[in-house]
Design a protein around this ligand. Structure first.
Ligand code: BCO
Length: 569
């Protein structure tokens, strides 16, 4: 292939720490400010190509833009210049070979392979709206995504191509299927060889800041995932001083964010934020999560900043590796789920490093954080990141006083801030439902103290947050309903010391299965859920019950079951 992989001795020289604030003009002045709304912005041409130019002018050190490794010792290192070259080729593949145009949709379902970044940036260059998805998706999940979005194209691997083929006939809009693989497959285009033969000459579109850039699928309380559509403003926002202040990345930093590429956290922390700063994005392929590999990697490579879900930190602490002084690690952040003060303290004792909480949603991107160097209040997810005006609101959108429990809201009136999602695609009712007075209501319960620090309390609905995954109960209940043993089920969150919350299913069995061995049946149902929908959603706890609590109108009282789990009844 064009770039190949090579074994490496990992010799690496950090760049001089000169470019302190990225996305600055060559004269050093910031190019955008917190409240700027440039009419045109494109992350590829305005940020990536800027760093390519810096490299050409010798104004950026020799560290790569992307540094990818796997456990077999393979390695890929790309400079910004190479990234520009390869992503221009990707753009030409999409427009010339696949016939895609600005505004078309492309499903991007790849594991942590370098091609993910080529596809994402190639889409940004052309205005094709990319839709990341985790590789845990199954045929039905993929069908739903392709149909809902009217996707014209999909990029995936060998592992998922058969799942796509099994549903492709039901997706009339799907024109091209691109495969990232060493093998060919009938009906699929070979992405790597197309990149090789494509021209590196491409003129980036002049996208409006408000043009759509990416869609993230996010679970809701009812029904199937919603499509949270973001504009190019999602990327612009990370050029603002207030966003840069959070991690204070420099061109010499090496940032490793563990998030699966299917989530907004990965788009922001393995692409937008580090490349805005001209930093190195470090990626470990990591098909299976293993805390030992994480610790070894932090020792082996010159990683300066590390971001992962809180469960990952808990799983590392659980291993009892003793004290670890990582040679280059300076800053750790955690997001996707709440972290307890005791856990932050444990991490500090073991590593000498503070664990900074960040908070956001697929709809909002990064919303709150404790900027590097400012006071960490253990248990708090920090302060609002401007231009987001975060307030605690009641159900009518009135701002509540400090230390009062309410909904975490982001002000959208009179002006919607840059970086907040545009809308739920095809769903004006759900878009309207999350508007609450002058605010977007996140649905998360929180308090704010007199100093502006925000404290997460939980959800105000049935959404489950298990090890950083947001899971809608209906998705699991629908999967269970397909099994003949299940008469009906209710899925709720249940507390867990490592994953924060677990998915728990209360199941009423059909008469035929009442005599079955409950342990074996529970395992069978768990495997069934893993087979029909993304396995991260499977119920790790199962309880068989004779009936489910219901209201007089027959609605299942999930809240009653949940409260029982959390010992509130
Ligand atoms: O635990 P089990 O072994 O029983 O099951 C696991 C997997 O083995 C299994 N599985 C995975 N792929 C499969 C499969 N089974 C069958 N077929 C397949 N193809 O399914 C279960 C998956 O659970 P998991 O993903 O939680 O796995 P694991 O290894 O326990 O990973 C632990 C974590 C902590 C690494 C993982 O849970 C994780 O990555 N969590 C973080 C999620 C995240 O990044 N959230 C951020 C979202 S973005 C956001 O919040 C906005 C912030 C700005």
């Amino acid at each position: 292939v064009l770039w190949g992989t090579h074994k490496s001795c990992h010799a690496f020289h950090l760049a001089p720490r000169t470019l302190r604030f990225p996305s600055v003009s060559a004269t050093g002045a910031p190019r955008w400010n917190d409240h700027d709304r440039p009419e045109k912005f494109n992350f590829a041409s305005d940020v990536l190509d800027y760093w390519t130019q810096m490299e050409k002018e010798g104004k950026r050190g020799p560290n790569p833009a992307l540094w990818w490794v796997n456990s077999q010792g393979d390695e890929v290192k790309w400079s910004f210049r190479e990234l520009t070259d390869f992503t221009c080729r990707a753009a030409n593949v999409f427009t010339q070979t696949c016939g895609l145009q600005q505004g078309d949709r492309l499903a991007l379902i790849l594991p942590r392979v370098p091609e993910w970044w080529l596809v994402a940036i190639g889409c940004i260059r052309t205005g094709i709206i990319f839709m990341p998805g985790t590789t845990q998706l199954k045929a039905k999940d993929i069908l739903y995504r392709l149909k809902q979005s009217n996707a014209q194209s999909i990029v995936t691997t060998d592992a998922l191509a058969p799942e796509v083929d099994s549903v492709a006939s039901e997706c009339p809009a799907l024109k091209t299927k691109l495969l990232v693989s060493d093998h060919s497959r009938e009906g699929w285009l070979d992405f790597q060889s197309l990149i090789q033969s494509a021209s590196p000459d491409h003129t980036c579109i002049k996208s409006k800041t408000t043009d759509p850039m990416v869609i993230f699928f996010t679970s809701g309380t009812t029904g199937f995932p919603k499509m949270a559509k973001h504009s190019h403003g999602l990327a612009l926002r990370h050029s603002f001083p207030s966003s840069r202040e959070v991690l204070q990345l420099k061109a010499s930093d090496v940032l490793w964010c563990l998030s699966d590429p299917g989530w907004i956290l990965a788009a922001v922390e393995t692409m937008i934020e580090p490349w805005t700063a001209g930093s190195t994005v470090f990626i470990h392929h990591l098909p299976q999560f293993d805390p030992k590999v994480i610790v070894e990697t932090l020792f082996k490579y010159p990683i300066t900043q590390y971001i992962a879900a809180s469960s990952v930190f808990r799983m590392i602490l659980q291993e009892n590796f003793g004290r670890y002084v990582f040679p280059t690690l300076e800053h750790c952040s955690t997001g996707g789920e709440a972290v307890l003060p005791e856990e932050q303290e444990k991490w500090r004792q073991r590593t000498g490093l503070l664990l900074h909480q960040i908070y956001g949603q697929s709809e909002t991107g990064l919303t709150c954080a404790t900027p590097r160097g400012s006071q960490v209040k253990p248990g708090s997810m920090g302060k609002a990141i401007p231009p987001f005006d975060v307030q605690i609101i009641d159900d009518k959108g009135n701002i509540l006083p400090p230390n009062t429990e309410g909904n975490l809201g982001i002000r959208i009136k009179p002006t919607k801030p840059i970086g907040l999602f545009m809308l739920y695609e095809n769903d004006p009712a759900k878009t309207a439902k999350v508007e609450c007075g002058d605010f977007y209501n996140t649905g998360d319960k929180a308090t704010i103290d007199e100093e502006g620090y925000i404290w997460f309390l939980g959800r105000d609905d049935d959404i489950i947050n298990a090890s950083g995954y947001r899971i809608g109960p209906a998705e699991v209940e629908n999967a269970l309903a397909e099994h003949p043993a299940v008469a009906e089920s209710a899925v709720v969150s249940s507390p867990d010391p490592i994953r924060g919350q677990l998915v728990k299913a209360f199941i009423v069995l059909t008469p035929k299965f009442l005599s079955h061995d409950p342990d074996q049946l529970a395992k069978e149902l768990q495997e069934h859920v893993k087979a029909v929908t993304a396995p991260y959603k499977y119920p790790r706890k199962v309880e068989f019950v004779p009936e489910l609590p219901k209201t007089v109108t027959g609605k299942i009282k999930r809240n009653e079951l949940r409260e029982k789990e959390f010992g509130q009844m």
